[in-house]
Write a protein that binds this ligand. Structure first.
Ligand code: ADP
Ligand code: MG
Length: 403
């Protein structure tokens, strides 16, 4: 089935476009701290405004739980978006009153509005039809460019598609194309690298990637439950409790690669001495005892995995290799991020995704050398696991009859 995109919308001039984006970015004292997701929707907004559409942006921020709460207003985001776009984004502090409606109706071609936080209305998270209908007054067509929010069946990505002809934005199209291609036929040698904190959230992803990739390198806190299952002693290391039945299929994977060494330190005292410890095979083995724990992958692993990345034609990476927020525990994550960036764009397809992973990638200053940095955290994981995302499904195939 074909994805309907904004390129399929006829006669954009003067057309009112309701545009869902992911603007759920960290804001402190009215300042946007991380704007990567805002830059990512610029091409779509430029495409629409450049053709004379009137764009009404809808988005959410945080968890105000269905109530108005000034702490979560989208006002600072509208302001920052104006600067990023180089055009005025008029903030409308409502979600559908007559004032908002009049403003949008009087708009001139190319004008951009942003409505208030969708989650100020309970109907958003309950996927309510009447809330979606209210939102639909602001557009003649609906465009979803919020890939990162499309794994949740909320009104602004799901119910809304019953009321307006619906299309994918350029970011959505790109995410689906690139992430879809990752599973279809990755060029070999293909390497997937999975790290992060909780293995429970990534079991499905590991299984799926193990089926499609030559090697799946597992690092970060994800190795800890595996080590415990193999009767290693790991002291104070972070331990995500998963039951044996869940873990068993992972332990059986032939192409799963564990680190050959880890860095051990005291996460509560980052200045305390750190040391590298090899992971022996065979007999149960003490890696560290309390108060020490595993904080990163070790130097031999960095080299070995760097070489695997260097030979790969496809590299996909999600999840830090250690507690990268602490500079001394960030070497593994940084080394891999740099290896991927130096290999990507040409010699290999390099794709990186996940909240903290993207943050780490930007920390290296080499993000622009990666082919694709996904805006989707949870959405990317679910998509790669093969789930059908409720916000994506309605954008495929022939248009349904609109109520
Ligand atoms: P992402 O958001 O990129 O998918 P996760 O949310 O799964 O990544 O995990 C990110 C977190 O994992 C980071 O905050 C990092 O500190 C933590 N982490 C990685 N390795 C370890 C480890 N060995 N011990 C404790 N925490 C870890
Ligand atoms: Mg995360």
């Amino acid at each position: 089935m074909k994805l309907r995109t904004i390129r399929d919308i006829k006669g954009l001039r003067d057309k009112k476009v309701l545009l869902r984006i992911d603007a759920n970015v960290p804001v402190k004292d009215g300042k946007v701290l991380d704007e990567f997701r805002l830059w990512a929707v610029r091409p779509t907004i430029e495409y629409l405004t450049g053709r004379g559409a009137v764009v009404v942006i809808i988005a959410h921020l945080g968890r105000p739980d269905g109530k108005r709460n000034e702490k979560y207003t989208l006002k600072p985001i509208a302001k920052r978006l104006s600067q990023i776009l180089g055009r005025v984004v008029t903030f409308v502090p409502e979600l559908g009153g007559p004032h908002a409606k009049r403003l949008v109706e009087a708009a001139v071609p190319g004008q951009v509005f942003m409505l208030e936080n969708l989650r100020f209305d309970r109907g958003e998270e309950s996927n309510g039809g009447s809330f979606a209908k209210k939102l639909s007054q602001f557009g003649e067509v609906y465009v979803n460019d919020g890939f990162a929010v499309s794994h949740r069946a909320h009104a602004s990505v799901s119910a809304i598609t019953r009321f307006l002809p619906s299309y994918a934005g350029l970011l959505m199209e790109r995410e689906l194309k690139i992430l879809g291609g990752l599973l279809a036929k990755p060029k070999r040698p293909s390497v997937a690298i999975i790290g992060g904190a909780k293995i429970g959230t990534k079991i499905g992803l590991i299984k799926k990637l193990a089926a499609a990739y030559d090697k799946v390198l597992v690092g970060g806190g994800l190795i800890n439950p595996i080590l415990v299952a193999k009767r290693f002693e790991i002291g104070n290391s972070l331990l995500d409790k998963v039951d044996q039945a869940t873990l068993a299929p992972i332990l059986k994977l032939k192409n799963l690669v564990m680190p050959v060494d880890v860095l051990v330190g005291n996460a509560d005292k980052p200045a305390a001495p750190i040391r590298s410890v090899p992971i022996a095979t065979g007999t149960p083995f003490v890696i560290c005892r309390k108060p020490e724990g595993i904080v990163d992958i070790g130097p031999r692993t960095m080299l070995a995995w760097g070489l695997l990345v260097k030979r790969a034609k496809t590299v996909v990476w999600n999840g830090p290799m250690g507690i990268f927020e602490v500079p001394r525990f960030a070497h593994g994550t940084m080394a891999l991020a740099q290896a991927i960036a130096s290999r990507a764009k040409g010699r290999a397809l390099g794709v990186v995704g996940g909240g903290e992973t993207v943050e780490a990638m930007y920390k290296t200053g080499m993000a622009k050398w990666v082919d694709h940095i996904s805006t989707g955290g949870g959405a990317m994981l679910e998509f790669l696991e093969g789930k059908v995302l409720p916000g994506v499904k309605p954008l495929y195939g022939r248009m349904k009859k609109i109520v």
